[in-house]
Design a protein. Sequence first.
Length: 454
Amino acid sequence: MHELDTTLVAVASPPGRGGVGCVRISGNRSEQIARRLFAPSSAGRAPVVGGRPAFGRFLDRRGRPLDHGYLVLFAGGASYTGEPTAELWPHGSPVVLAELVERAVAEGARPAGPGEFTYRALFHGRLDLARAEAVRDLVDARTRFQARVAFQQAEGALSCRIDPLRETLIDWIARAEAAVEFVDESETHLATGPFRRALVELRAACDELLRGFDRGRMVRSGATLAVVGLPNAGKSSLFNRLLARERAIVTEHAGTTRDTLEEDLDLDGIPLRLIDTAGLRQAAHPVESAGVDRARRARAEADLVLLVLDGSRPLEDDERAALAELAHPPERERSVAVLNKCDLPEQAEVAGSILRVSALTGAGTGALLAELRRRLVGSAPLEDPVISDVRHATALRAAAAALGRAAEADRAGMSEELVLEDLKEALARLGEITGEVHVEELYDRIFATFCIGK
């Protein structure tokens, strides 16, 4: 994947039609290839590396005008990838963009794979690995809060917290190396007091970063909510009400929803995927039966379950059983029950407190959304998390564990050589986060999750 001596080309704007598109060419031959695809306007200026965008016409494979737009040429040190780059800005027509990519390939460029432009930015020192991953998360963001967190990480929020830890570790590793190398020299031995304090502070810094990980992971990955209940309890109506638009078909006939329906909701910055399910009952029709099976699977796999009960009639046995199940862990922690149709006279008898909502009027839905948020991330204001990626958290935990082993070995009076190995392990784990430790397999796995063109 990572052939750094080739010139890459790909569409760098989103799929589909738009007012403006972008074809990015990066590599040593990018300027030469781009000039073959572009004819400057007779009244305009010729494109200059590092200069302003030049207006002109883009040419098809026969040299005929295909579209007009701008060509921008970047010097290596000023481009996203850190190498000579050209960007072609025609109209956002899929046909035009595809033709320009094909022409660039015919001139010697290679189609870029997922994440190859960002990998080159990493290789040329424009980004570290944590910031590169944040670029991917920024592109994939589904809420404004997600985008803000990803942007801060792309700006180096995590790297700025990791770098001082690495510098401290490198300093103590150098001292430990000297102690091992010059074992007979007493002045080279590790000073017990300062060394132990440094280990405690390093471990505490790792723990502090990890403390916000659960919320960070929720912000980055989001959660799923399965809306379940008996037919005609108002599941689809409540689904539509929470989305604030008519997405699910609603009729007075039981069994209208025969398959799961999924939509995204921005829950105060948390991306929440709502899953409307078929009514849970004994179904005679094979299609409805398949829908009920999917509803059960959705309930089992969801992060949260919303049980919708019809408050305008007495509860049925299945609903009482479902409520009883919700009263015990682990279902109690991930389930919320609501009495729907609170705009009608209440006939359902429910023990204890329960949220009352009306999918018809919207009454109670604000309290329901607040309760869903509380179940996911608590009720406190969301702080911008520094750690949101499972890979980063795993590496930090491994670093903290290695520091703990180093402290135990030191307290037990073991040789400085054994302590040194644990310190090196901690440093390697922290290096995995920002990419100082180059693991090709890890890079392949990470950049395969990028979109083509980034």
